[in-house]
Design a protein around this ligand. Sequence first.
Ligand code: SF4
Ligand code: SF4
Length: 497
Amino acid sequence: MAVAAFETPKLKEYPVIPLVKVDATAHLKPFVASEPLQKALGYPGQLVEDWQSKAIEKMGELLGKYRSLRVYMDTCVHCGACSDKCHYFLGTADPKNMPVARQDLLRQVYRRYFTFAGKYFPWLVGAKDLTKEVLDDWYSYYYQCSECRRCSVFCPYGIDTAEVTMAAREIMDSVGVGMKYSNEIIGKVHRIGNNLGIPEPALEDTLLGLEEDTKEETGQDVKFPLNVKGAEVLLITPSADFFSEPHVESLIGYAKVFHAAGISWTLSSYASEAANFGLFLGSYEQMRQISLRVKQAAQELGVRRIVVGECGHAWRVAYNHWNTFLGPFDWLDERYPVPQHICEVTYGLIQDGRLKFDKEKNDDRIITFHDSCNVARASRMGDMPGGQFRIPREIIKAVANNFHDMAPETICDSTFCCGGGGGLLTDDLIELRVKGAMPRMQALKQVRDEHGVNFMAMICAICKAQFTKVFPQYGFQMDMVGGVHQLVSKAIRLGDQ
Ligand code: SF4
Ligand code: SF4
């Protein structure tokens, strides 16, 4: 299916809340998962005959299991504080991309089947039957939410649209309507161990190639070990780090950090993926199954620490859910947090004076930092409040001389999603991705115009892939995108250098 042409939003002098355009993105829907893809994950292959009753039953099950979901369904007072906070609304102007309207797509069905007033006086409380038209709207607009939680920061009741989106997606999967992109990727993780479907021999080859390249660059024997039993650290990193640009530059950075600090480490071919798309399905069971690969690999290799590479949603799953899925961790070294982020490792080593840098090697870059939404709003880092904001910035300042933050209302817990998170990093949604990136592009333009910023650092594989694709649409160069450890890699001193 060809993707229709669309116009890239114009960047303005200052941010503007758009006038609404009804149904502006009603045509945007991800490709539907095929029968084999659905069945591989244990879902019906296509829309089941009695889908309405099954969907309502599933909604009832989720409302019973997750108290928060029922609270979110009941508490919204339609104050509108969230309405202009979603990057997809700001970029598309479609009113159904206002977080409150997105929630209402589920809420109106909830009211119809799970509240007294909705059962008997539906017209009084905005309750709606679950019709095929409503299901189609769900499929469109719950796949126009990246589960980034920006709206929840501004909601006086803390209503989390991401959880509503997750529930809607889980209900749709349960009646046979899943999206191709995420479901196909999860199938690959179960079969092969990573999102890209890289088999062990190819991974081994790639890592050997990186060793040769790094030796050529530095003269040092920096290793990229695979399946090494007894290593201290198991590194779980997004598979994009093995092949994609600029991701691989950060992998080289992690290897140099471990090398310089004398920490033995390994990757695993069985758990060769940090990403966990179970989060994007809204399925805690899929999240758990994918996470279990990490525990199995760590125990088989006998490591003492687990460190997670630059991947936003992977860190969200690890930080929030590994304890429940994989704990207790009494078989790991108690002196280290579980999980530990690669930025925590590097920051700790910098503080201990165990890493040395030639900062001027990054002098060609004027750098800003994009807080990835899953790290910023759905997790923490280190043992200080706001560590997830401070630690990456401290690392950048330790390895480079030129740093400027973007406008305060667009960073830290108010950061804008890249536009490709939440399982939306697929070309069938490119229009949404380009338009959803607009608020971040607007903030970047401001620091480029004011300070000459020419590099945006980040710690998320999805952000890197999304920005390299959408930067040219807004007149930025693709090589302005890179990882924090890419900067570390450039400046770190190895051996006697
Ligand atoms: S979670 Fe993010 S993408 Fe979803 S409605 Fe809220 S702001 Fe928009
Ligand atoms: S800010 Fe919260 S209470 Fe207000 S409309 Fe949005 S979700 Fe509802």
